[in-house]
Design a protein around this ligand. Structure first.
Ligand code: URA
Length: 190
């Protein structure tokens, strides 16, 4: 029996399983539709996320919103979370021991939501969730069947802010995600 998202949140609200529990402002659990078919998983909260407790609300998040809008996906219909629930100081990369301490929460979230598609936002998430040697430049947009769901990775929106040349690939990958999502839908009965 999987726990509900509310129960999972309740159990980790005061988490001190790693050092980041002592430096965070807010734990950033995740947000969106608890029955989403599509789930996005980023790396770790940044400054704005730490301040608000909501994932992907800073500049990178606003760019993600634009891609969702561009391909006709409603942000309210998806679920968005991160590998780490607490912000690493100065947005450094997560440490392996921080990921290990935190990954159980994400696993439980996935069990509760049972999405059809999980999209890794960026290299760190893809290396953790798809395969340790994932190469984001070569393998973004590829599909991997894992258990009951499909997985893929796209560039992290922050990488697009640093290198706008990646934006074309991002749009193509997001269109393919939109297509895969509708392939999974049963035709509605009229
Ligand atoms: N970057 C991430 O990986 N996650 C967020 O929530 C914000 C920025």
């Amino acid at each position: 029996m999987s726990r509900s998202l509310d129960e999972i949140l309740e159990s980790c609200r005061d988490c001190r399983n790693c050092e980041l529990g002592n430096t965070r402002t807010n734990l950033v659990f995740g947000t969106g539709n608890p029955q989403a078919d599509l789930m996005f998983v980023g790396e770790a909260p940044g400054e704005q996320e730490d301040l608000t407790g909501v994932p992907f609300v800073g500049r990178a998040g606003q760019l993600l919103d634009r891609y969702l809008y561009a391909v006709g996906i409603d942000r309210e219909s998806v679920y968005i979370a991160n590998i780490l629930k607490c912000r690493p100081p100065k947005n450094r990369d997560p440490l392996p021991e921080e990921e290990d301490a935190c990954i159980g929460i994400l696993r439980e979230q996935v069990k509760a939501i049972q999405p059809k598609i999980i999209v890794c936002l960026g290299r760190i998430s893809a290396m953790r969730l798809i395969k340790p040697d994932f190469k984001i430049t070569a393998e973004h947009g590829k599909w991997f069947r894992k258990g009951d769901f499909w997985m893929t990775a796209v560039y992290h929106p922050a990488a697009l802010l640093r290198d706008p040349r990646k934006k074309e690939d991002m749009l193509e990958d997001m269109k393919a995600i939109r297509k895969k999502l509708s392939e999974g839908q049963e035709p509605s009965v009229v």
